[in-house]
Each structure stands twice: as C-alpha cells, then as structure tokens.
Design a protein around this ligand. Structure first.
Ligand code: 3H9
Length: 694
C-alpha cells in the first residue's frame, strides 16, 4: 500500500510509502485522494498529519511518468482536495520536499520540517514549471520576491531558512511527527485560510521587477524556455484570480512537459543518477577511506583538499619545502574563508574542516593515509618521482591516484611496485566547485580500487565518469577538437568575438577564446609541444594559439591573450595584435563571414565526431557518459541534454553531412557514425539490435 491510514485519537496519520523517494505516482495520487475522503467522512477525526516512510518526504512528481499522458487523478485536484477539506492537514517533512512534494505541503494547513530537510521547487531544472500550484500558492505564503527567487533558481533551501521565510511553521531536531500532531490539533481549533483564498501579493516595489528578471533570464539562461515560462506564471499569479492563474500555470506545465528541452533535461537527470554505477562492480564493496593525502598545494591541489575536507575526510597536504607548503596551506585557508564570507559555509563548519587539515614536507607523514592524490606539475618525470616516493612510504594497501589531465597513468604507475593500487582521478578546476571527476583505471587497477574511486566521487558529491586511457581522456580530447575548429574559423575569416558569441548563443557560459584567456593559454601550449614531439600533428595543430604563447600573451594573467584586457578589468577587448597575427596567416581566398549558426555547425559536428571515436574506442562506455563529461566539466548547455544527446536531436545524418566535405582528413566521419547513419539508427538505440533485413 502506498498510503496507509492510522487513527490516533482525534487525528488521522496518513503515511506515504512509495520507495525510493515517495514520488507522486498515479497510485500515490489516488491513495492521497482516498485518504482525504476517509478523513472527511470519519466524524471522530478532527485533523490529519501527512508524513512519509523511508529517507524522504515526497520528492516530487514521478519523473518516469512524464513521458506518457498524465493519468487521473491529477495532482492539482489532489492538492485542492487536501486544501479544501474542512479538516486541516499538517505536513511532517523530513529529507526533501521537492516539486509536487512541496506543492502537496502547500496544500496543507501547516508544515513542520526536520532540521536537515530541504524544500524547493526544482521544476525549471527539469525544463518544466511547477504544475500543481507552486507558482500560485508559494507567493501567497512567502511573498512574491522570495517565491520568484526559489522558483527561477530551482534551488532548494534548508529547513531553517524555510522557517525564516515563513514556508514552514516549525523546525524540529528529530522526528517532526510529534510536533506535527500538536500543530494539527491546534489548527483544528482555528483553521487558517487556505492559501488559495488568500490574496496574492505583488512585488513591493513593482517598478521594473518583472522586466528586470526577464532581462536577466534572457542574458544568463539564453535559449532556456522553462525559467521564462515560470516567470510568466508567477506574474499571472500576481495579477489574476487564483483559479485563472492556476489554469495558466497548468497549461504551461503540460506544454513544457513534452518539450524538447524537458526531454533533454530528463535525460540528463537519469544519466546523472547512473553516474558512477558499474554493474561489473556490483559485488565488489569499495574500500573504506578514512584519511587522505594530497601532494601539491597549487590551485588544483588546494581545490582537491577543499573537496575532501567538505566530505569530512581528514586530509594532509605534502609539499616540497616550507615556503611552498605555507602557500598551499594559505590557498586552502582562502577557499574556506571565501566560503564563509559568501555565506555558503557556517564559521563553525569552516573550523571543523580546518581541524581535519594538516600539512607536511616529509613524505613519511603520509604513511597512515588510505588514499593519496598527486596534483603536481604536469610533467611525467615529476609525477613519477612523486609516485616513487609515495610507493616507498605508504602502507601496502594504500591507493595512489594521479590527477593528470593528459599523461598516460600507466607510465606514471611504472614508478611504483603497486600498479594494482594506482588509478587516475582527474579533477577539474576549481576542484572544490566543479562536479566532474574522470575516473581512469589502469589495466592493472584492482576492481576494489576502481569501486573505491567511484564511491569516493559520489562521497565528494561529484559526477564520477569512468574513462579509458587516451590522450586527454574524454573531456580534454573533445576540447582539443573544439579549439582546433574555433581556430580554423579564424583563419577563414571569423573573429574571436564572433566565435565566442556564437558559442554563447548556443548555450555555453563562455566562448572558447574567452575561456582560454581566463584559464591561461600556456598549459595547452605545453601539451601541444609534447604531442608534436610524439608525432601527433593533427592533435597539436594550433598555429595562432602557439604564436600567442610565443609572444607571451597567455591570457588575462598577462594582460592579453586572444583579447586585450585593461588593468583591473576582465572585460575582453578585440586585440589589434591578434588581428594582425590572424591576417598574416589567412589565405587570400579565405576572407569570408560566418553567421552564428554556421559557426555552431562547424564546431559541434566536429566535437560529436570525436565523441563517436571515443565511443568506438571504448574510452567512454556510453553516449550518456560523454554527455555528463561535457555538461559538468566543459559548460555544454544542460538543457540540450549533452553533446551526444544533442547529436541525436540534430540528426546523425546532418552531423555526418557537415563533416563529409571537409578537406581536413582528421574530420572524416567516424566509422561508427557512418554505420549508424546508414542503418538509420540513433545513439539512443546504440545497444539495440539492428533492424532485421527485409
Ligand atoms: C514535479 O514535481 C512537477 C510538479 O510541479 C507538477 C506535477 C503535476 N521521480 O537522486 P537519487 C529516483 S517535477 C522518479 O540517487 P538521493 C532516482 O532516479 C519533480 N524517480 O537519491 C533514483 O532511482 P534509481 C521535482 C525519482 O538520495 C532514486 O530515486 N522533483 C525521482 O541522492 C534515488 O535518487 C525533483 O526534481 C522522481 N521525482 O537524492 C526531485 N527523484 O535508484 C528529483 C528521484 O533507480 N530528485 N528518483 O536510479 C532529487 O533531487 C533526488 O533524487 C533526491 C534524493 C534529492 C530526492
């Protein structure tokens, strides 16, 4: 039974039990509607308490039902019934009250939440808007501005903040049920007006609020439909009667539910849930990790330390001398201080993290660590020296991980006597912020070490993606192609700002040239030198980028790269030096103009083609893994579903068509792309058997 009722004197306790997250399936909606009728018809019952079994309150509509037509009873009707009954319901919240779950709670007369619970309307992150009254009831409870902030961001808030905003009546340290019972009894004496009968506040100072929000959404979330639709629904809540505003929001929800963007976002939600799970490791428990070490306290190392501390792991930083150790300790300290200053971390939590952190210049102090991650300079000899040292001092079963971006972990591991305990853990900078973690097992890596690395990724609340060994793994290999295409467009007539604007219009937060200026051009330059030396001319092709590095134009840090920067100003300005450099390398026939769409249609198919090579070589196990890498490591627009999902939406024949006539032989369509196109198949059914021959 998904809903059970228990009489408790004059109260009815309504228990929802629909694992794993009490999603609002058709059976649950029906169960709640039946519960309303039972409560209503029992003369001895004065009020009801709604609570959930398992790890969470209702986490929302059942996302897996979104692909098919909605079955009655519909959620708005269920909530209207809860709200409209003469006997008040009180929601006892633990875990997450999200989406439809929070909407159910808004239909209740009161809400009690356990301190660690989280409440939110994350619908826009799934490409829809709240479809059961969230945009209409929430502003009536907590005011229009706060409601707008919650709904447009989709970010849940914690119970204490919810109480401060008036979203919950009471916060409890433990089980919220006893307090919910008390509140339900008291509300039965003087039931409050249901939210649907309260007036909806408009914004206090209306001047420009709606227009301002719309402009921000258009600027920041270019191309995304759901946030704009949510804003419209909120505005209609402020100006129209309840029922009319409900109708507007519901229609928008239903239209968006079947939209391309919502489908793409559901795809991402589902592949994210599968991240880091590997059926071949099902029977292999991860090893317990109770302490960690990080070697190298530069930007990357400090970020890794911060991520480990956030997960509650005691972490020790190893540096080569006292001066560099002091710098590393400082960097970690600044990350913690910054989080406190920005209000993201309570001062006492920052202190608790500091207490887990120590530093040393003596490798022997790492002897007790379960896992040590190397984050030193990207040079094979330097990394091998670190590994050799660690191998000597660490306990026999300790795991050693390399954070290399490009080097072959097998070559690094040969410096140790324990290749079975070595693995690649490729973090992205800043490592305490970026979600992606490429997990790179060696052929010798023991299964329990791989299982441990994947579990660590989840513990750090990252998206761990297993990748095979190749130059650049999944993400940097595709990045190299993106940059190469971008640079070749310059030689044919485009400007850096046109290419950047086109990729921003596609949905990337930054274009490829501004991103290089931000991160610095030197690391990729060094990498290309290494590749050129190892005879990989196509992969190391970047004549303009190399020329800029030779001129000392390494990006923002040197005052110029692809653009010029003024002192203390990060705003990019077109650079005459770059224009000259490009002009000198252009051929007479290559001076043409490009539309944004043409630029996108040059860059995206080239990236997809590399994705096909990566799949065919087994470097990525699924197209979804490539999607996760691109979204969480490289800013590919989430609402497009990721690189390979987007390829299916574009049509594989169109992708192939964009590649076949390219003169550059390295852009010839991958055999896998050729095959799928010929068979009329998509990436989504890559694993399905081919259609039977006639
Ligand atoms: C909505 O409500 C629209 C309404 O306004 C309108 C209605 C008319 N449905 O994440 P986990 C599964 S839109 C179906 O690993 P955690 C998930 O796939 C919805 N299944 O756990 C996974 O399955 P599996 C608004 C769901 O503890 C399993 O549960 N709500 C749903 O790390 C465990 O998930 C949201 O957007 C769902 N709604 O995190 C909430 N949610 O084991 C989305 C989860 O087979 N959910 N599953 O792979 C979450 O944010 C997290 O799952 C949650 C738990 C925080 C709840």
């Amino acid at each position: 039974m998904v809903v059970t009722l228990t009489r408790d004197g004059d109260l009815m306790v309504v228990t929802v039990d629909n694992p794993p997250v009490n999603a609002l399936s058709q059976a649950l909606r029906q169960g709640l509607l039946d519960a309303v009728a039972t409560v209503e018809s029992d003369p001895k019952v004065r009020a009801a308490v709604l609570h959930c079994a398992g790890r969470t309150f209702i986490a929302g509509a059942d996302i897996r039902e979104f692909g098919s037509p909605s079955q009655p009873p519909h959620l708005p009707d269920v909530i209207a019934a809860i709200e409209g009954t003469g006997k008040p319901w009180v929601a006892a919240i633990h875990g997450s009250a999200l989406g439809g779950g929070l909407e159910v709670a808004l239909g209740c007369a009161g809400r009690v939440a356990r301190a660690e619970s989280r409440l939110g309307l994350p619908e826009v992150t799934l490409g829809v808007i709240p479809g059961a009254g969230g945009t209409v009831r929430l502003p009536r409870l907590i005011g229009m501005e706060t409601a707008t902030e919650m709904i447009l961001s989709g970010k849940p808030i914690d119970a204490e903040r919810a109480r401060a905003k008036g979203l919950v009546d009471l916060v409890t340290e433990g089980d919220p049920l006893p307090s919910a019972r008390t509140l339900a009894r008291s509300l039965s004496e003087t039931p409050p007006h249901p939210l649907s009968r309260r007036p909806c506040p408009d914004v206090e100072d209306g001047s420009g609020f709606w227009e301002g929000r719309e402009a921000t959404l258009n600027a920041k979330g270019a191309g995304q439909e759901a946030p704009l639709a949510a804003l419209k629904a909120l505005r209609s809540a402020a100006t129209r009667p309840f029922d009319e505003a409900m109708g507007i929001a519901r229609s928008a929800f239903l239209a968006l539910r079947d939209s391309t963007q919502a489908k793409a976002l559901r795809h991402v939600f589902l592949v994210e849930r599968g991240a880091g799970s590997d059926p071949t490791l099902a029977d292999i428990p991860p090893r317990p990790i109770e302490s960690c070490g990080v070697v190298g306290g530069g930007t990357m190392g400090a970020g890794i330390v911060a991520a480990l501390l956030e997960a509650g792991l005691p972490t020790r930083l190893l540096e080569r001398d006292e001066a560099t150790l002091a710098q590393g300790l400082n960097r970690v300290g600044r990350i913690l201080d910054g989080a406190v200053t920005k209000g993201r971390l309570a001062p006492e939590l920052a202190e608790a993290r500091r207490a887990l952190f120590s530093g040393t210049t003596d490798a022997r102090d790492m002897a007790d660590r379960d896992l040590v991650i190397e984050a030193v300079f990207e040079d094979l000899d330097v990394k091998r020296t670190v590994f050799r040292t660690l191998d000597k001092v660490l306990k026999a079963d300790a795991i050693i991980a390399t954070n290399t971006s490009y080097l072959d972990p097998r070559e690094i591991a040969t410096a140790t006597t324990r290749p079975d305990r070595v693995i690649g853990l490729h973090f992205f900078s800043p490592a305490h912020v970026m979600k992606l973690l490429e997990v790179v097992p060696l052929p010798e890596t023991a299964p329990d070490v791989l299982a441990t690395a994947l579990a660590l990724g989840k513990r750090l609340r990252k998206i761990p993606v297993r990748t095979g060994i190749c130059d650049g793994f999944i993400g940097n290999r595709i990045l190299r192609i993106l940059r190469r295409e971008a640079e070749s467009l310059l030689l044919e007539g485009a400007t850096p700002s046109q290419v950047d604007a086109a990729m921003r219009a596609f949905g990337f937060p930054m274009g490829p040239f501004e991103a290089q200026d931000l991160g610095g051009l030197d690391i990729a330059h060094l990498d290309r030198r290494r590749l050129a030396a190892s005879c990989a001319p196509a992969a190391s092709w970047a004549p303009l980028g190399d020329a800029l590095c030779d001129l000392g134009r390494l990006g923002q840090k040197t005052g110029g790269g692809w653009y010029d920067y003024r002192q203390g100003d990060r705003h990019p300005h077109p650079s005459p030096t770059v224009e000259e450099l490009v002009a000198a390398r252009r051929t007479a026939t290559s001076d043409r103009t490009f539309s944004a769409e043409e630029i996108q249609n040059r860059i995206i198919p080239a990236m997809v083609n590399e994705g096909f090579h990566i799949l065919a070589e087994g470097i990525a196990r699924t197209p979804g893994d490539i999607d996760l890498v691109e979204i969480h490591g490289y800013g590919f627009p989430r609402w497009r579903g990721g690189l390979m999902y987007h390829a299916d939406q574009m049509g594989l024949d169109r992708i192939r068509g964009a590649l076949v006539n390219r003169a550059d032989p390295s852009l010839a369509p991958s055999p896998l792309l050729d095959r799928l196109t010929k068979e009329g198949r998509t990436l989504a059914d890559l694993n399905a058997p081919p259609a039977a021959a006639e």
